[in-house]
Design a protein around this ligand. Structure first.
Ligand code: ATP
Length: 141
């Protein structure tokens, strides 16, 4: 079985103290957070920064300490089974302009409920719920 490791982020900006989350539309049809394969010798945070820059042109990512979650799933690529592990961080930007690369065909900035509805996979919805709760804890303190 093939093994794949990616890293990504629940990326948000604040609008009137309300988190607004970025969700991307993948060519395969699903909506998910920005993420991408960890290259050899690269640490997870560097992957996340690089992928966000490549996929959205956002380059001012600031990580929120203490949040790191994992999802895993299986899928088939050219008939072969792939076991994939994706680690997600929580990250803030001050930008709202997004310039997509060839890897995605659409994006949305959305408040928690809208972002939650948009996400295709339940494991990503769990990550967003968790991230939103974590963030509201920080923002209210
Ligand atoms: P990356 O962004 O890591 O470069 P990719 O665009 O090559 O990834 P994925 O987004 O992992 O690929 O999608 C590969 C396959 O896995 C697709 O068929 C997709 O529908 C499925 N998939 C993607 N995310 C999930 C998930 N969270 N849970 C289950 N299946 C998923």
């Amino acid at each position: 079985m093939l093994e794949e490791r990616s890293a990504g982020a629940v990326l948000f900006r604040l609008q009137d103290r309300e988190p607004i989350y970025l969700i991307l539309h993948y060519h395969a049809g699903h909506w998910d957070f920005p993420k991408g394969n960890i290259e050899q010798g690269e640490d997870e945070l560097s992957t996340v920064k690089r992928e966000i820059r490549e996929e959205t042109c956002i380059d001012d990512v600031e990580f929120i300490q203490g949040f790191r979650r994992m999802v895993e799933y299986m899928y088939r690529r050219a008939g072969r089974l792939v076991h994939k592990v994706v680690v997600f961080y929580l990250a803030k930007t001050s930008k709202d302009e997004v310039k997509l690369s060839y890897e995605h065909n659409d994006y949305r900035w959305g408040r928690f409920d809208d972002a939650l509805n948009l996400l295709t996979y339940n494991n990503s919805k769990i990550i967003l719920r968790d991230a939103d709760e974590f963030l509201r804890g920080i923002l209210s303190s």
